[in-house]
Design a protein around this ligand. Structure first.
Ligand code: SF4
Length: 415
């Protein structure tokens, strides 16, 4: 198989330029607000109540996105030891440790990417949701103590089979309880119509993002998981805005055109893989090249699907936000997760499963309670588990992972 190696062809997606511009505008807007003090800036966890914050006039900054940048630029390893020295263990979330470490060192990849930005935007409030994990609360509490900024949020249920009204009511009530505190910080009253509008935009963004991801069900697929980890940027940082909707309205037709023209993201696509767990941010390009050489497209993932919020309803903002935030894959029980993966494997015609056992993110490593074994038995397709990490490349067994991935594809080829 390796005898036929050719230099991988990277097929640029034309709309990605608009995505880059949206990201630049997002960071410059935050930087200007941070410097002038207006509008107020809220830091928010990835599936925290961003719609509410936006509706109340805050600009929203997502530290996990910054964590991913630290991983993608391979700067994380310079900063993690600084957080470790403050007592934050090398075993906890490496987004947290690299982000806190970069703050201690006074450096950010934003400065290198965007001329004139010399630091992350200062927060007026820190707002978390523990739906994904508890590390996010500990992360925000570090900044709360350091910067003397209020830290408020939502405590979510975990291990949920199905989101019931009991779950939804408990979360919805907590989101509503944030309103008076946020009104005091922002100095403006919540306008319910504006909230409905933002929730509507967020739902539209989510629907478009879902359609984008589903284009990969076509054979050959017009995009890979590695494309999607970049293209998801606007859904991550700008959900609830018209700009995010505009971006996906531009991207989607391009991907549909690719399908019509038979344009494959991976030239000569032969095999199709599902990626479970976190990306290995510092190795995206290398892994993308490896799969391309193996004529394999990573067509679907649980990670990129985490920004699909089909429960959002403009007419019922609080309850629908609560339901959407709790329906999230990471919140669900093993049984529910297995069912979701099984459905995705069928939808995307997947030939094999890859589980990324991310050392510092047990919350989003789904190989630890027998899931791969159950899926292999149920679906009769092979699986492989690689050891790595989202940000800390010292924890990534590269050679061993490549050998395992090549063996997985060989196994599929011989079927
Ligand atoms: S889900 Fe994982 S990567 Fe995300 S904040 Fe929690 S521990 Fe970190």
């Amino acid at each position: 198989m390796t005898n036929e190696k050719k230099k991988p062809v990277f097929k640029k997606i034309a709309a990605s330029g608009a995505g880059k511009k949206l990201m630049a505008d997002h960071f410059y807007e935050l930087d200007a607000a941070s410097k002038s003090g207006s509008p107020k800036v809220a830091w928010c966890t990835s599936v925290g109540p961003a719609e509410l914050l936006r509706a109340m006039g805050f600009l929203v900054y997502f530290p996990e996105n910054h964590g991913a940048m630290l991983g993608a630029t391979r700067a994380a390893m310079d900063y993690i030891p600084l957080a470790n020295a403050e007592g934050y263990s090398p075993d906890i979330c490496s987004y947290l440790t690299s982000d806190v470490g970069s703050y201690i060192k006074g450096e950010t990849p934003l400065s290198r990417a965007y001329k004139g930005i010399d630091g992350v935007p200062g927060p007026d409030v820190l707002v978390y949701n523990t739906n994904q994990c508890h590390d996010v609360k500990d992360w925000f509490m570090w900044y709360s103590r350091k910067l003397n900024v209020p830290c408020i949020g939502v405590e979510s249920p975990h291990n949920v089979d199905e989101t019931t009204n009991v779950h939804m009511n408990a979360v919805s009530k907590q989101i509503q309880n944030l309103v008076p505190i946020l009104e005091e910080i922002s100095g403006q009253k919540l306008d319910l119509d504006r909230l409905k509008e933002v929730v509507g935009l967020s739902r539209r963004c989510s629907d478009l993002w879902e359609e984008v991801l589903k284009t990969a069900a076509a054979r050959p697929s017009p995009l890979t998981f590695f494309d999607s980890t970049i293209l998801m940027g606007p859904a991550v940082v700008a959900r609830g805005t018209q700009e995010a909707v505009d971006f996906y309205e531009l991207l989607l037709p391009e991907l549909k055109q690719r399908i019509e023209d038979g344009v494959a993201a991976v030239e000569g696509e032969e095999y199709r893989i599902f990626w479970d767990g976190m990306p290995i941010w510092g190795k995206l390009r290398d892994l993308s090249n490896l799969f391309t050489e193996l004529k394999t497209c990573v067509v679907a993932s649980t990670y990129c699907n985490s920004w699909i919020f089909t429960a959002l309803e403009a007419g019922d903002p609080f309850d629908s936000m609560a339901r959407a935030y709790t329906d999230l894959f990471i919140v669900r029980s093993e049984q529910a997760k297995q069912q979701i993966i099984e459905e995705m494997v069928k939808l995307y015609s997947v030939d094999g499963l890859l589980f990324h056992d991310s050392k510092t993110c047990p919350n989003n490593s789904n190989n630890r309670y027998g899931m791969p074994e159950r899926l292999v038995k149920e679906l009769e397709i092979p699986s492989v588990t690689i050891s790595g990490d989202l940000n800390d490349l010292r924890l990534y067994s590269e050679e061993q992972s490549i050998t395992k991935i090549e063996a997985l594809i060989e196994g599929i080829a011989q079927k």
